[in-house]
Write a protein that binds this ligand. Structure first.
Ligand code: FMN
Length: 327
């Protein structure tokens, strides 16, 4: 559905070419300083304008409608909206009859009996991630102890940033598009965040990340490479002499004392048994190449590589999941 989370509930609403879109967040602690300007930095990071991004530029001005009084959250649901200004719904009129490849035009039309809003993908548009970024700003304040940073690490299969502009230009000239990879690292997490089984850290992060339109894969730590490693390579050993209760170097740990140190290496990406282990949480997200391409005769204004705009969305999703783990 359109709501995610148990303790920190994030509900998104709106359409790409409707009057507005936004987010309602329930479970926000009272007393967090919050005003509209607090959203600007992260909103700017998602905005189009950089090379390889769509020419559709929106104001993306946040309006707080509820849950904030005299500059602080009140404990009531926080609603933030963004009015759409730069819409061109006529670009999308034909999509009911001729669904675009790689979009929700076909599936949503059949599922909702043709009542779905087709303009620019309607509720399925990447524009809805603006509300996610807003929820992420609030979530980051809830998990203020964490330092969450996501960065673009690959464009069009290349990990060399110096090559990206030329790759983007070449794809654009061909009327084509490129995918990308975003790596996210969250430091400062306490040991033991996450819940057993269904709500493991990887499960919840993956759930949230796959809600971002255009995600094709996620891997934690060594990820898919782990399957080709030996246990001796992939294991993350704990520091020796973990008892720390005496200075005898020959002492074998009796197991009765808690080891408080995280593993020495981080092939697991900071998670053991679905719980954070004190090492940085590390995962990578694969984004597909933009589906709407001139080569396929698709009108409208599109990102050559929308992955460029997603690191802040990945950060937001991470913060939302971590905030949901707070009790
Ligand atoms: C920030 C962002 C911007 C996007 N911009 C575009 C775009 O300009 N053109 C396009 O075809 N897809 C774009 N997408 C991807 C589509 O929204 C997505 O492929 C589509 O909704 C179908 O979802 P799926 O790929 O997960 O099946 C964007 C996604 C995000 C997260």
């Amino acid at each position: 559905m359109n709501t995610f989370g148990n303790n920190f509930k994030v509900s998104i609403f709106g359409e790409s070419h409707g009057p507005a879109l936004g987010v309602t967040v329930d479970g926000v602690f009272a007393g967090i300083p919050l005003c509209e300007e607090d959203f600007y930095d992260d909103i700017l990071r998602r905005k189009a304008g950089a090379s390889g991004t769509t020419p559709r530029i929106e104001g993306d001005v946040p309006e707080i409608l509820s849950g904030v009084y005299e500059g602080h959250t009140t404990g009531a649901p926080v609603t933030v909206i963004f009015r759409n200004e730069n819409t061109r719904p006529e670009d999308y009129e034909s999509f009911r009859k001729h669904p675009r490849p790689g979009h929700a035009d076909f599936t949503a039309n059949l599922k909702f009996g043709g009542y779905n809003d087709p303009r620019g993908g309607g509720h399925f548009s990447g524009r809805l991630t603006l509300g996610i970024v807003a929820a992420g700003v609030i979530a980051k304040r809830m998990v203020h102890f964490a330092n969450i940073q996501a960065n673009l690490t690959e464009v069009g299969g290349s990990a060399n940033p110096d090559s990206w502009n030329a790759l983007l230009k070449a794809a654009e000239q061909d009327g084509d598009s490129l995918g990308g990879v975003v790596e996210c690292v969250a430091e400062g997490l306490p040991i033991g965040m996450g819940e057993p089984f269904w709500d493991s850290v990887e499960s919840k992060i993956s759930h949230a990340i796959f809600a971002i339109p255009g995600v094709r894969g996620i891997e934690f730590g060594d990820g898919f490479k782990a399957s080709a490693m030996r246990g001796s390579e992939h294991n993350d050993p704990f520091p020796e002499h973990q008892c720390h209760h005496h200075d005898d170097p020959d002492h074998q740990c009796c197991g009765k004392h808690k080891c408080q140190s995280p593993p020495l290496t981080n092939h697991a990406g900071g998670v053991n048994g679905g719980l954070t282990n004190g090492n940085p949480l590390v995962f990578r997200v694969a984004f597909k190449p933009t589906s709407s391409i001139a080569k396929a005769g698709i009108p409208g204004r599109h990102d050559v590589c929308f992955a460029i705009r997603t690191p802040v969305v990945v950060e937001a999703m991470t913060a939302i999941v971590l905030a949901d783990f707070l009790r």
